[in-house]
Design a protein around this ligand. Structure first.
Ligand SMILES: Cc1cc2nc3c(=O)[nH]c(=O)nc-3n(C[C@H](O)[C@H](O)[C@H](O)COP(=O)(O)OP(=O)(O)OC[C@H]3O[C@@H](n4cnc5c(N)ncnc54)[C@H](O)[C@@H]3O)c2cc1C
Length: 367
């Protein structure tokens, strides 16, 4: 570990690693990624759309990605707005199919790509706080292990916790309070017809929606997304109550055997934007910048795209041109406004439960 870096990236998920790889591709070599984990604990977010290929190619990691053997995802079946299953496939997408990722393996793979380019990456290392000082490397970074480093520019890629941006008094504007509760099943406990294996299955219910996806490591993820009050009222953090709720679904239930999941994972799945998402000496990428509803399956795509765009902005900033950072900040805001409109449109497609607060509250973009 050196004491001085041009750029420190806090968080080695998709957004942080994409930023580091893109910076290296642009010739910024004096960088460090600080990552709290060792990439072994479960991570949420597994479906990526076909267009991700373009970003992986841009990063120069497409061939290495395909060698990883993540599972192809050919599209989705959904009961949304109707009891019948509709079918959206990627057949006519010029980029081909999407993927169901082994998410830990994918994030570990991205970290390896950073290191292969000569980038420094510290695992099991927690960012604690920072101080801004008069210095050629004005950001002093304090780690939880008491080490101190300095950099000229810092990137917040810590996901929804946005630990760096908060140090600069940036505040997240939260648009809704979605919560998701997931179970992982062994694929032997699942009686999916072959046609489901390469598809995501989505089912709307009066209090939210469920999804099921086959993952590459012989696992199947089943998740319910709803409001926090419903999680409490229906005791959805309790495996038996979760199982009972799942058994009342029309399309998910016939696929899963009767076994109760051994454990559940709860995820905050709010839509939110950081205000501001960038300023002098720092910017946010991925979920630290803006968080989209998981129904969009856009989180990882957006994280990779932010990383690529952020690298361009940082290179210009290091070259004394702050204009691109301003554009980057505006783009995060404009894209979020567009996303809110699309989200409201998508939720409005479901009209079977006009009295349900879950659906009513999501069918108009908030002012
Ligand atoms: C229920 C649910 C389902 C989802 N499904 C999908 C999906 O199907 N497809 C999709 O594209 N997206 C999905 N998402 C969204 C997706 O998970 C995120 O958008 C994506 O992980 C964002 O990547 P990121 O790199 O910004 O953040 P993260 O993946 O959260 O990575 C942040 C990194 O920062 C590290 N970190 C945090 N704090 C510190 C610290 N103090 N010091 C050092 N390191 C730190 C963490 O260890 C982590 O590695 C889903 C989300 C939820 C909640």
């Amino acid at each position: 570990m050196k004491p001085l870096y041009d750029v420190i990236i806090v968080g080695g998920g998709p957004a942080g690693c994409a930023t580091a790889i893109a910076l290296h591709n642009l010739g910024v070599k004096n960088t460090l990624v600080i990552e709290a984990s060792d990439y072994t604990a479960p991570r949420i977010g597994e479906s990526i759309p076909p267009d991700s290929r373009e970003l992986l190619e841009k990063l120069g990691i497409w061939d290495a990605f395909t060698a990883q053997k993540h599972a192809p995802c050919l599209g989705s079946y959904s009961s949304w707005g109707s009891d019948q299953l509709g079918f959206n496939d990627y057949l006519f997408n010029p980029q081909g199919h999407g993927w169901h990722l082994n998410r830990c393996a994918f994030d570990k793979f991205l970290a390896l790509q950073v290191e292969k380019r000569g980038g420094a990456l510290l695992k099991n290392t927690h960012f604690a706080s920072l101080v801004r000082e008069q210095h050629a490397y004005p950001i002093k970074v304090l780690l939880r292990n008491n080490a101190q480093l300095r950099c000229r520019f810092i990137v917040d890629a810590t996901g929804r916790s946005a630990k760096v941006a908060r140090q600069f008094n940036a505040k997240a504007k939260i648009e809704d309070q979605l919560v998701a509760v997931s179970a992982y099943f062994d694929s032997n406990d699942v009686i999916s017809a072959n046609s489901y294996r390469q598809m995501t299955l989505l089912e709307a219910v009066d209090y939210g929606w469920w999804y099921l996806a086959h993952l590459p490591n012989n696992k199947v993820i089943v998740t319910v997304a709803t409001d926090p009050q419903t999680v409490k009222d229906k005791h959805l953090k309790d495996p038996r109550s979760w199982q009972q709720a799942m058994q009342l679904t029309q399309h998910i239930q016939p696929i899963i055997s009767q076994s109760t999941p051994s454990s559940l994972h709860t995820w905050v799945a709010q839509s939110a934007i950081m205000n501001p998402p960038a300023a002098e000496h720092w910017l946010t990428v991925g979920d630290a910048a803006s968080i989209y509803d998981p129904i969009s399956s856009q989180g990882i795509y957006k994280a990779l795209k932010n990383g690529i765009d952020a690298a361009d902005a940082i290179v210009d900033w290091l070259d004394n041109n702050a204009q691109t950072i301003n554009q980057y900040r505006n783009n995060i805001g404009n894209n979020f406004i567009q996303y809110l409109a699309q989200k409201a449109y998508f939720y409005s497609e479901e009209q079977r439960w006009p009295e349900s607060t879950f659906w009513k509250s999501r069918q108009q973009p908030r002012q």
